[in-house]
Design a binder for this molecule. Structure first.
Ligand SMILES: Cc1ncc(COP(=O)(O)O)c(C=O)c1O
Length: 383
């Protein structure tokens, strides 16, 4: 039985073209990019070509791209460098950020940095008036860290609007773009942004590969020190195959973005329509069914049901891979910090995230809807 894989916000299947490009590196370009001989120079050339290609898609200088082990490292690097190298003493962020940002900010708080949370509207959107107030209210050197799209409920910010606000207040701006990179066009010549984070495995690249973009006007130190790799921004022998895989995934994502987006929106709509037809009380957390939300994610709050606490487990038994964030009615789990932060959590109702990719088919959606019929079958009341 082939599983319907609807957990693409967690990770995606590596594209065959990416696997092929990586295999080529493992077999024919295994040199250490720091070696001065021809074998090393070949590997170095692949790293630098990858950097240039990625920078061209983002319209930024290649030197502003520092390859990392993925999104978590990029987020950590940005936040710790803002404090350690750029004099930041205050971080304005949200309780609904990915734990890479929540915990990196908390570790700065432990060192005496003030951490302030911006409010969200009931819709899940960041309260821009509150953000403006927070930036007007303080003279401390501030970093705003707000994700482009929330990985659980798909709420998005307007990068340009937040970037402009930060610029007006002489504030640094970091955005975790892990869920949008490769899915939305980002033109860095048009947005005022100081740091952004990318992770290849969210758009059919390999795990353990990503990058940190840093505004080239800023000078920061490495998070990992060692050799002088990545212009001393990240010590350690480069993951050449991972970098080449990232660049290939980037190219495929950017060249075919419009058709991928149209396909993904189509399969998502099939699920929205199927759920509405079956379960009139269904709620989409963070209004994740709306067009202006991250189109790869649908966060569904199912009606109250005895199976609520086991929903993702039961979906798995039915061959549907999706993810939780569910409020466990048994109290065995804490549920999702994002749903809690956005006020979406209901202990009686399961919240399940379904997330899609260009490889998701209508048959996957049919299978998910059949599973919904079983997991949330009407309960017969005796008597
Ligand atoms: C929004 C967001 N930020 C950061 C990360 C971490 O990325 P990585 O798995 O590459 O460390 C993820 C992955 O789950 C994510 O969804």
């Amino acid at each position: 039985m082939k599983a319907a894989y609807l957990d693409n916000a967690a990770t995606t299947q590596v594209a065959p073209e990416v696997a092929e490009a990586m295999l080529e590196v493992y077999q024919h370009a295994f040199g250490n990019p720091s070696s001065s001989h021809a074998v090393g120079r070949k590997a170095k050339a692949l790293v630098e070509t990858s950097r240039r290609d990625i920078a061209a898609h983002l319209n930024c200088a290649p030197r502003s791209i520092c390859f990392t082990s993925g999104g978590t490292e990029a987020d950590n690097h940005a936040i710790s460098a803002a404090v350690g190298c750029l004099g930041v003493t205050r971080i304005v962020t949200s309780a609904a950020e990915h734990s890479a940002v929540v915990k990196a900010s908390a570790s700065m708080e432990a060192k005496g940095v003030e951490v302030v949370h911006v409010r969200h509207h009931p819709s899940g959107d960041v309260d821009m008036a509150h953000l403006r107030e927070l930036l007007e209210d303080s003279s401390s050197k501030t970093l705003v860290s707000l994700m482009h799209a929330n990985n659980e409920v798909g709420v998005m910010i307007d990068l340009q609007a937040v970037g402009q606000l930060c610029k007006q207040h002489d504030t640094l701006f970091h955005s975790d773009t892990v869920q949008t990179m490769g899915h939305y066009p980002i033109d860095l010549s048009e947005v005022d942004i100081d740091f952004l984070a990318c992770s290849a495995h969210k758009f059919h690249g390999p795990k353990g590969s990503g990058f940190l973009y840093t505004n080239p006007d800023l000078r920061i130190d490495g998070l990992i020190v060692g050799g002088g790799q990545e212009r001393a921004m990240r010590g350690g022998t480069e993951n050449v195959a991972g970098i080449v895989g990232l660049a290939k995934a980037f190219e495929l994502a950017f060249v075919h973005m419009v058709e991928h987006e149209s396909h993904v929106r189509g399969v998502k709509q099939l699920l929205v329509d199927g759920l509405r037809a079956r379960l009139p009380e269904v709620v989409f957390n963070g209004n994740s069914d709306q067009e202006d939300r991250l189109y790869t994610v649908l966060n569904v709050k199912f009606p109250s049901h005895p199976n609520s606490g086991m929903a993702t487990f039961l979906f798995d038994l039915e061959g549907v891979a999706c993810s939780g964030g569910s409020a466990c009615s048994s109290g065995a789990t804490q549920g999702s910090h994002v749903l809690r932060a956005l006020g979406c959590q209901d202990p009686q109702r399961a919240s399940v995230r379904f997330s899609f990719s260009r490889y998701t088919t209508s048959a996957d959606i049919d299978k998910a809807l059949e599973a919904v019929d079983k997991v949330f079958a009407p309960v017969l009341v005796e008597g």
